[in-house]
Design a protein around this ligand. Sequence first.
Ligand SMILES: [Zn+2]
Length: 400
Amino acid sequence: MRRPFSMTRTILVLTVAVFAILTATAQKCSYLGLKSAGQAAYCIDRKDRVAYIRDFGGSADAREQIPHLLEKWDEAHVNKLVINCSHPHLDHMGGLIELASDRANFYTPDGLRFGNGIYVIDRDPKNTLPALLRRTLGSNEKVHHLPAGNRNAFSAVSAIDGDVFMMNIPYEVPSRTDSPSKRVTSHVHDSAVVTLTVLSRKCTILDLDDASTEAIKRVASELRKRSNIREFDAVIISHHGSKNNDNGPLLDAFQFRKVVFAVNEDNRFGHPDTTVVVQAIKKVGAGNVLFTGSDDAIEFDPTGVKFVYSATNAAGFRAFILPNLLRASSEDREFLRELDPTRDTQRPKFQIESQPNKDTKSELSTWAKTWEAVIEYARKLQDDMRDSIKEEGGPAKVVK
Ligand SMILES: [Zn+2]
């Protein structure tokens, strides 16, 4: 009778070992929750030992996140760092400046943390990050600068059959001309770096960053020309859901399973705009519209996505839809009033692993019945945030 027992045990041990290996090598990509306005994401290719960081929010958030990031990098024994900066604004580049300014982030007790080099991929005319890195590190570490205006800027660091593949979608928005006499140079959001990340050849994440409407149109047509992917697992909506950036040209041209807003609650900028949220809900269903928030990350892996806030859970609705409801058009308000969480279009391929919020559905339907109470609550919120709605941004500066 010993034999079947030991056989069962062997199978059990093997199963646990296989599971452990699978879990350890599973590729993940996280969009971080931030306390201040901004966007930040990172991926780790555990097989090739490459750390990718795509924007890093503002400096205060970065100071909080860096120790966790270093821990994760060392755990995965990464030896190459790829820094991708979408555009030189403080809410995207501020954290990267913070990271690049401290030598301690680039050394372990054994020596260089990134023995295989550091790569910067951006479109910053001032070359802020490569210059800063060279100043911080001297000639000790190899810093390579790859301009993201070029096609395949990432080809030196990631391959299509790799566990993490990243590519930029090049496009050119010509300088805007308001009148024949007055030439207006293009806005920095006209040259934001739009990327596609693919995890283990399965999970596709398109990140628009703060791309302008003109840039989004060009990205949509470039994508149609350059690849035959027509369905993506997720899109990171442009500019934290700002009303000035129309994602329509892209949302109409492709299918997305999730629409993600990289936005923190209580921001002063009116992000995300209700019209943009409603547009997203109409495309993918409210349960597939996600928000990053300020604490937990939205985490993608090849089998699904983990998240806390969606447009159907009460916490997500309260934090990201209610505060801007009063500014919404009456049609949008009416649409949200009718929002029925059970009508979600769930697409089977991309599994959802949300943190379950048990009372969500009942709570929301209660709200729908007492819409006047919802409006009243929104009014209170707006009073609290009366101190003006401004555009964020402003050029990133290196603080000496
Ligand atoms: Zn931004």
